[in-house]
Design a protein around this ligand. Structure first.
Ligand code: ATP
Ligand code: MG
Length: 318
């Protein structure tokens, strides 16, 4: 039996959210928030935390600075059941942070990447990563030091017999350079959102983007926000409508979709069930602030998924 069902590599930081601010901020004025939350942030950490609470055995690899926010992030992952022995502490460096300011119907999102920029191949224990059935990496473009080594990292994971998945998230430079396509040669499941899929392929719509992606990867899944998600495997295409919810906060919905989809994939469910479960888990994430709060309340998690009529079989067959 492998030590983990899934090895995850990516960035690790906290989200600081200030609630109840006025709809517009004036320079030099002191604006008071009515509430404040520190939650686990970053795409790969939200993904690892949530797929662990769905029942997968997860090993997480990243790096943090020697500061309290880094320790907070690791503690949150550990509480969710994630194995954090692959997280390196870099003394003298600062863990990244995202400050989220909901202002009326819009949000200001400010990120300091911190140690996300420092993660290097030397920080990864390849044997540790190989001791899983599946390998997932999030936020390709933010991992600037690791980026040139990511194509080879995926190649090594495939050679070791793992299945693989990638969620690049957005490219802040919006260049979508060819090295992403080099990674895709060794990706089994690619999980972009609609905009990312269009930017990568140059396609105008989801169908065209799936046509292009189906020539690059065995399974392409495009997340379409309030329109649900569509997947293509070879010539077969499946769409799953979203759940009807009034979202409190959509932060982490895409990462939670990945968690639901891949949890089912590792249980060898068919593609339609993976999509339906991804949508349900994404909808669950929107019911509370931040990307992980809806999952930390285990009663809420169970009740929501039961009401959504998607069964959660918690362990993959050995
Ligand atoms: N308003 C909504 N109602 C129901 N489900 C939603 C809604 N918005 C998003 N979702 C669910 O969340 C999934 C992922 O959303 P989205 O397309 O925004 O991903 P993303 O842009 O990658 O998200 P992230 O910002 O977390 O990276 C959708 O496929 C859908 O299942
Ligand atoms: Mg995303």
């Amino acid at each position: 039996m492998k030590r983990f069902e899934i090895s995850v590599v990516g960035e690790l930081n906290a989200d600081l959210i200030l609630y109840g601010l006025p709809p517009a901020l004036e320079p030099e004025r002191e604006h008071l928030a009515t509430d404040f939350a520190i939650t686990l942030g970053s795409s790969s950490a939200i993904f690892a935390h949530n797929i662990s609470l769905l029942g997968s055995r997860v090993g997480f690899t990243s790096c943090i600075g020697g500061d309290p926010l880094g320790k907070f992030c690791v503690d949150r992952l550990r509480e969710s059941g994630v194995d954090v022995s692959g997280v390196k502490t870099l003394p003298g460096k600062t863990t990244g942070v995202t400050v989220i300011l909901p202002l009326g119907k819009q949000r200001q999102i400010l990120t300091y990447l911190g140690t996300t920029l420092d993660l290097q191949l030397e920080h990864l224990d390849l044997n540790h990563l190989r001791s899983a059935s599946h390998f997932h990496l999030s936020s390709f473009f933010l991992l600037r030091a690791l980026r040139p080594r990511i194509p080879d990292l995926f190649s090594q994971m495939k050679k070791a017999g793992l299945t693989t998945s990638l969620d690049t998230n957005d490219d802040p430079e919006d260049l979508w350079a060819d090295d992403v396509k080099a990674v895709l040669k060794n990706v089994d499941i690619f999980l972009p959102n609609e905009r990312e899929a269009s930017r990568l392929t140059g396609a105008d719509n989801v169908r065209e983007a799936l046509d292009a992606l189906s020539r690059l990867v065995p399974i392409a899944v495009i997340k379409c926000g309030p329109d649900g998600a569509t997947a293509r495997r070879g010539k077969d295409q499946f769409h799953a409508p979203p759940l009807s919810v009034q979202p409190v906060d959509t932060v982490g919905a895409g990462d939670s979709f990945n968690a639901g989809f891949l949890h089912k994939f590792m249980l060898r469910a068919n593609l339609e069930d993976c999509l339906a479960y991804g949508n349900a888990v994404a909808a669950l994430s929107t019911t509370r602030a931040g990307g992980t709060e809806a999952f930390r309340d285990r009663q809420h998690l169970e009740a929501f998924l039961q009401a959504a009529n998607v069964r959660n079989s918690s362990r993959a067959p050995q």
